[in-house]
Design a binder for this molecule. Structure first.
Ligand SMILES: O=c1ccn([C@H]2C[C@H](O)[C@@H](COP(=O)(O)OP(=O)(O)OP(=O)(O)O)O2)c(=O)[nH]1
Ligand SMILES: [Mg+2]
Length: 147
């Protein structure tokens, strides 16, 4: 299988994103900060990474929370999974929110999120007036498994 090449400009001074283990799905992303920042309970903040990327056509990057930060500090991503488009050339930024009851501090270089590279398809939208019948029909939101 050919390598999927992701071009990255790193203006952060932090190490480049990398897979921590042989079969890791995500690469951790680090905060590009001059000084530590503190988020109050329920406060959200846009944290820069200092990274600028060029993904191959047909691929996106998904920015996801780290489970350790979520369980230990209540820090998660407000828009998870964040979508990085293949044609985006701006800085990758992370929307962190503090869902804990206490203030939480992020230090420069902290690993605040992880990034998964994934293929996607662009669909062709076909407007119609009737959809095909199915067993499920309009049932949803806990519809199955009831007698
Ligand atoms: O967590 C995120 C989400 C998005 N982006 C960047 C890359 C993405 O390609 C662009 C637009 O993201 P999105 O489509 O989610 O935002 P929008 O609110 O729809 O803005 P736009 O109108 O620019 O698409 O912002 C990030 O850096 N971090
Ligand atoms: Mg958009």
């Amino acid at each position: 299988m050919a390598d999927i090449i992701v071009k990255i400009i790193n203006k952060s001074g932090n190490e480049l994103p990398a897979y921590a283990t042989a079969d890791a799905a995500g690469m951790d992303l680090r905060a590009h900060l001059e000084t530590a920042v503190t988020l109050q309970s329920l406060e959200r903040m846009l944290i820069p990474t200092g990274l600028f990327m060029e993904l191959p056509a047909g691929y996106e990057a998904q920015v996801r929370p780290r489970s350790g930060l979520a369980i230990k500090q209540g820090l998660t991503l407000l828009n998870t999974p964040g979508t990085i488009d293949a044609d985006y050339r701006g800085e990758i930024k992370i929307i962190i929110i503090n869902l804990s009851n206490e203030p939480q501090t992020i230090q420069p270089g902290d690993r605040i999120a992880q990034m998964v590279i994934a293929p996607f398809v662009q669909a062709v939208i076909e407007p119609v007036t009737v959809l095909t019948d199915t067993v499920r029909g309009a049932g949803g939101f806990g519809h199955t498994g009831k007698s």
